[in-house]
Design a binder for this molecule. Structure first.
Ligand code: HEM
Length: 123
């Protein structure tokens, strides 16, 4: 029986599972391994903070994701299908592990942030 995303441990479980998939993914993994070389020990805790800030209003995230993705796009274009694929992996992972209002909210927020990112990137 699945439960909702209720605490920081649940966020960690979701994010760790999502990036395990991203790292193996044939469509978008190169952004993380070739376009930039992500230090996962640093990146994952940043992502825990980012999502706990969004879902629970905690976590002290202070970065600038828009600028990071604009920089990435300059190095190697992020296509609309890359965003769709990222979202599909995120949605799929959330649905595999969780069920409930926070699971719905996190998927919606991912979708709306991805939409804003694309609007800025393709402007
Ligand atoms: C095609 C889709 C995407 C790709 C390929 C991608 C790739 C990346 C990469 C490579 C980084 C590390 C950048 C660096 O450290 O220089 C990063 C950071 C990040 N991404 Fe994405 N991303 C995508 C979509 C998204 C979306 C839709 C969101 C939010 C819903 C998101 C949120 C973040 C955040 C919060 C960071 C950390 C920024 C920081 O260091 O403060 N990404 N992304």
């Amino acid at each position: 029986m699945k439960t909702d995303i209720l605490n920081i441990e649940d966020i960690k479980h979701l994010i760790d599972t999502f990036y395990e998939k991203v790292r193996k993914d044939t469509v978008i993994s190169h952004f993380f391994t070739e376009v930039v070389t992500v230090d996962w020990e640093k990146h994952l805790p940043i992502m825990y903070k980012f999502w706990s800030n969004i879902l629970f209003n905690i976590g002290e995230y202070t970065g600038n994701p828009m600028q990071k993705h604009l920089n990435l796009h300059k190095k190697s274009p992020m296509r609309m299908q890359d965003f769709q694929h990222w979202l599909q992996l995120f949605t799929e992972t959330t649905d595999e592990l969780f069920e409930g209002i926070n699971a719905e909210i996190i998927k919606q927020r991912a979708t709306s942030i991805a939409t804003v990112m694309q609007a800025k990137i393709y402007a």
